[in-house]
Design a protein around this ligand. Structure first.
Ligand SMILES: Nc1ncnc2c1ncn2[C@@H]1O[C@H](COP(=O)(O)OP(=O)(O)OP(=O)(O)O)[C@@H](O)[C@H]1O
Length: 242
């Protein structure tokens, strides 16, 4: 089967070593790694935002050859930063995710992310978690084939963590592929597959249950199992940045 996403030799100087990655249609994939490990760099390279080498194909189409109007139907990226510093209404921020005006789709996203009460508020006057939902709504709006979400669960309350996981599951069941950076590693159980990136390179690509028991996770995060939870590895010393 042809993969939905074929990334070959995707590189960012000093940050992302040549990465090869295949993702299938309908896959919900967790991307994990320590702070500075390279999650955002990989997501940005796959989104075509920045890359110093390599290629990304989505359903066989080369991302770099796509027009700005076509790209959001292939791939969208929601950043981890919740910077929405302009006084733009929430519904207009969501509309910016669409290459063509589509009021019905904007309203559908407002309902999906339960933003009705906030839809006419300026986005710079929302809480951090509210802004996270707006950015996710913007990324979902064009129904892209590939959703790249950088820590979408961060800043969310327990209801919204669970609800967003449901929304992502619905999106992949409808045919999308999602690659989602996650910091709470126990959450990866709710994904189909987990990818570990460290020092700018993909170190492991495993079913989530195997990933959680892997030596790669223990070494990358300098943690170890402690009953049902985790603790700092006693031997873990300070880790220098690359
Ligand atoms: N714009 C930049 N220019 C140069 N180096 C950068 C830039 N952004 C990030 N880096 C470096 O690249 C490496 C990978 O950063 P990246 O943001 O991809 O990590 P991350 O896994 O997303 O981290 P976090 O969990 O802290 O968000 C880090 O060493 C970081 O300091």
């Amino acid at each position: 089967m042809t993969p939905r996403v074929e990334a070959r030799g995707v590189t960012i100087d000093q940050r992302l070593r040549s990465a090869d990655l295949d993702l299938g249609p309908g896959e919900l994939v967790a991307l994990i790694g320590r702070n500075g490990g390279g999650k955002t760099s990989l997501l940005r390279a796959l989104a075509g935002i920045e890359a110093d080498g390599g290629s990304v194909r989505i359903d066989g189409a080369s991302l770099e050859k796509q027009s700005p109007a076509r790209r959001p139907y292939l791939v969208t990226f929601a950043p981890a930063s919740r910077d929405l510093t302009w006084p733009i209404r929430v519904r207009d921020v969501i509309a910016l995710g669409l290459p063509r005006p589509d009021r019905d789709r904007v309203e559908a996203m407002i309902r999906l992310l339960e933003l009705e009460q906030l839809a006419d508020r300026p986005a710079d006057r929302l809480s951090t978690g509210e802004r996270a939902r707006v950015l996710t709504a913007r990324a979902l709006a064009p129904s892209p084939k590939l959703l790249l979400l950088d820590e979408p669960l961060s800043n969310l309350d327990p209801y919204w963590v669970l609800r967003l996981l449901e929304i992502l599951r619905d999106a992949v069941e409808a045919g999308a592929t999602a690659l989602v950076a996650v910091h709470d590693i126990d959450r990866i159980r709710e994904f189909d597959r987990a990818i570990l990136i460290d020092d700018g390179a993909i170190r492991a690509d495993l079913p989530p249950s195997q990933m959680l028991e892997s030596t790669e996770v223990a070494e990358a995060f300098r943690i170890q199992r402690d009953g049902a939870g985790w603790r700092v590895r006693p031997t873990a010393g300070p880790r220098s940045s690359r």
